[in-house]
Design a protein around this ligand. Structure first.
Ligand code: PAF
Length: 281
């Protein structure tokens, strides 16, 4: 496994694979890797000859009061984990390498599907993701790129700009990886105190109970209100509890497959999760 920190070094490391027309898989990350990321790498290994993982904490997707400075940077530990799952190339550039020293005058902004859910709470976040992911796609030029469904809205945004801008690669979504108690794996789980960690699985429990209630005929508005009440009672400050179609359109009733979305804070830690609910016709 090679580690590259410059765009030139990455290009040189990828050159033999490109010359041999090997398929390149790409897993973009911000590091502090957990089983969720490693699952993405394993999925990539199944269908790609060469797998590149980027580790870059992207400043432009963090708001002024968010955790950019404190976001865990654990490159040595990440490298060890990536070696174990057969990653071929780590790309770990500096901010200077990614953005240069001259001002960036270009933005990539996906409308409509970024207008609510996390887009409402985190203005500019998805533009920051779209810019960095596009830059990384141009640097790696992969055939396939892998993203977790935990960031469902992010995945929809990436699919959208890849389609809109004819970026020549296939985006592959990978189901959420959960701890044994149901908590969706996230680097931010590391911020939770022991007590908060005990409470955190309430999000998944309330989503599962909601899915069951919907299947049993309870109304969508009642089910959403129940999730909110459960989370508030458990000590969360709820950002949103919403339902959308699988394409992120608003939905008033359980009349087709839908996705339940939660964003809620435990102390200073903001957790997100979602659950897809099938509608059997
Ligand atoms: O999901 C993430 O870790 C980040 O948003 C991504 C896609 C690596 C872009 O910085």
């Amino acid at each position: 496994m090679k580690t590259e920190t410059t765009i030139q070094g990455l290009a040189a490391s990828l050159q033999p694979a490109r010359a041999a027309r090997k398929t390149i898989g790409f897993v973009p990350t911000m590091g502090n890797l957990h089983e969720g990321h490693l699952t993405l790498v394993r999925e990539a290994k199944k269908i790609c000859d060469v797998v590149v993982v980027s580790i870059f904490v992207n400043p432009i997707q963090f708001g002024p009061n968010e955790d950019f400075d404190s976001y865990p940077r654990t490159l040595d530990q990440d490298s060890q984990l990536l070696a174990e799952v057969g990653c071929d190339i780590i790309f770990a550039p500096s901010v200077e390498q990614m953005y240069g020293s001259k001002p960036r005058l270009t933005n990539i902004s996906v409308s409509e599907i970024t207008a609510d859910l996390c887009g409402l709470q985190r203005p500019g976040h998805f533009d920051g993701v779209a810019v960095v992911v596009t830059k990384l796609f141009n640097m790696v030029q992969p055939n396939y790129a892998f993203f977790g469904e935990k960031d469902y809205q992010q995945l929809a945004v990436i699919r959208q700009f890849v389609r809109d801008l004819n970026i020549p690669l296939e985006v592959i979504g990978v189901p959420i990886v959960r701890a044994a108690d149901g908590l969706a794996l996230s680097s931010r789980n590391g911020y939770l105190s022991a007590e908060q960690r005990q409470i955190a699985p309430t999000i998944y429990q309330s989503l599962k109970a909601a899915a069951q209630a919907l299947q049993q005929g309870e109304t969508l508005s009642q089910v959403l209100a129940n999730i909110k009440a459960t989370l508030t009672a458990a000590g969360f400050v709820v950002d949103y509890v919403e339902a959308r179609t699988t394409e992120l359109q608003k939905i008033e009733a359980f009349s087709e497959d839908l996705v339940l979305f939660v964003a809620a804070k435990l102390g200073n830690t903001r957790l997100i999760d979602n659950l897809q609910v099938k509608h059997s016709a």
